[in-house]
Ligand binder design. Structure first.
Ligand code: SF4
Ligand code: SF4
Length: 359
């Protein structure tokens, strides 16, 4: 397991240029140097050198980071900030009982009992048997919303869908600094993937997609070769590649929130602009963070509300009835502060519910 000291060189590579400050939503909301990667790296350097202890105050600054990764996109030193901050949080996590209790609730209730209970009452359809096969990594959202829309859409373009029992990809644990539980999920799924002789994995959630692609960075040496042969793709890439022709039953005006973890926005935009009867209005800040990592921290509400108000207003100003997205976490966040001014839907669910013909 990687430790904070393993990132000493990367942290040292920070040139203090301040580019991260110009894009960090938390820095914009707080103006605090300690809330953005540049300042956090100065603190973490002190922790690695033994000059500072990983205190509650440092952990609070690390927790303010929304893990949006915007700073890394602009960092001239190419530093993966989210990885470093998550591993740094593990230094605090491993010695704090309350953090472990929260993780247990997350593991056994939020991503264990609840999703399984809900999915038990959902009608399920079976995939057709077809020559081309993919494994669907549904993540926790598929337990709440079902796999049916994915099966219908992919069967329609000639692809059979295998649906093993995947629950959480592990990202909620990773960003809280619970690297141990994250790796437990990852190792379980690597075992499941090895069991099937299928190297194509499809996801509908941008965060699951990024996390599974990143498994190769965190897995044991013996699994690296296997994972390098696994092709993880978002369902929208398949739909675009297969020239899926989509038409809604009636005209609807929508906007779209691009999750921070989404790498394939061109494919999404293709679906949004080519689907008949779908009017897509791009919001000014369509690619700015939804604030999810902060909205569940009531103590930080004054900071987070600045970020979420900004996001809500840009959605409302489009006049769209729906804001669509493709990350279950973003969906929860956008919904939580909508004030009933718009409806939030997962893009794939929205399509499945509104397409004209039986897809
Ligand atoms: S953009 Fe990168 S190199 Fe520049 S201050 Fe931020 S973390 Fe350091
Ligand atoms: S990941 Fe996002 S919130 Fe965190 S320091 Fe970078 S820009 Fe700021």
């Amino acid at each position: 397991m990687k430790e904070l000291k393993d990132f000493k060189e990367e942290i040292h590579n920070c040139s203090k240029c301040g580019m991260c400050q110009s894009v960090c939503p938390v820095y914009k909301a707080t103006g605090s140097d300690c809330a953005v990667s540049k300042g956090q790296f100065i603190m973490l350097k002190g922790v690695i050198n033994g000059d500072l202890k990983m205190t509650k105050t440092i952990n609070r600054y690390l927790s303010l980071c929304l893990k949006c990764g915007k700073c890394s996109e602009y960092c001239p030193s190419g530093i993966d900030v989210v990885d470093i901050i998550s591993v740094a949080k593990y230094e605090y996590f491993k010695t704090h009982f309350l953090e472990k209790i929260i993780s247990l609730i997350q593991k056994y209730v939020v991503f264990g009992l609840f999703p399984h209970l809900i999915s038990f009452f959902r009608p399920k359809i079976k995939s057709k048997k077809l020559d081309k096969k993919v494994i669907y990594f549904g993540g926790c959202s598929s337990k709440y919303t079902g796999n049916n829309s994915v099966i219908k859409l992919l069967n329609n373009i000639g692809i059979e869908v295998i649906t093993p029992d995947f629950t959480c990809c592990g990202i909620p644990f990773f960003v809280r600094g619970d690297i141990k539980n994250f790796q437990d999920y990852m190792n379980k799924y690597i075992k499941i993937l090895k069991h099937y002789d299928i190297k194509e994995v499809v996801t509908t959630c941008a965060s699951c997609e990024k996390t599974i692609k990143d498994y190769i960075k965190w897995c044991e040496e013996k699994d690296k070769e296997f994972l390098s042969g696994v092709n993880v793709r978002n369902i929208f890439e398949y739909l675009r590649e297969n020239n899926a022709k989509l038409r809604l039953k009636k005209p609807v005006k929508v906007t779209y929130h691009r999750p921070c973890n989404q790498s394939n926005f061109d494919d999404i935009k293709y679906i949004l602009t080519s689907t008949e009867n779908l009017e897509y209005i791009e919001a000014d800040n369509y690619d700015k963070c939804c604030g999810l990592n902060g909205i569940f921290k009531p103590k930080e509400y004054p900071i987070i509300s600045k970020i979420t108000n900004f996001k809500r207003n840009s959605i409302i100003s489009t006049g769209a009835k729906y804001v669509l997205t493709s990350c279950f976490g973003c969906e929860i966040a956008l919904n939580s502060y909508s004030l009933w001014k718009y409806k939030t839907k997962n893009l794939i669910e929205f399509l499945a519910e509104n397409l004209e013909s039986s897809i």
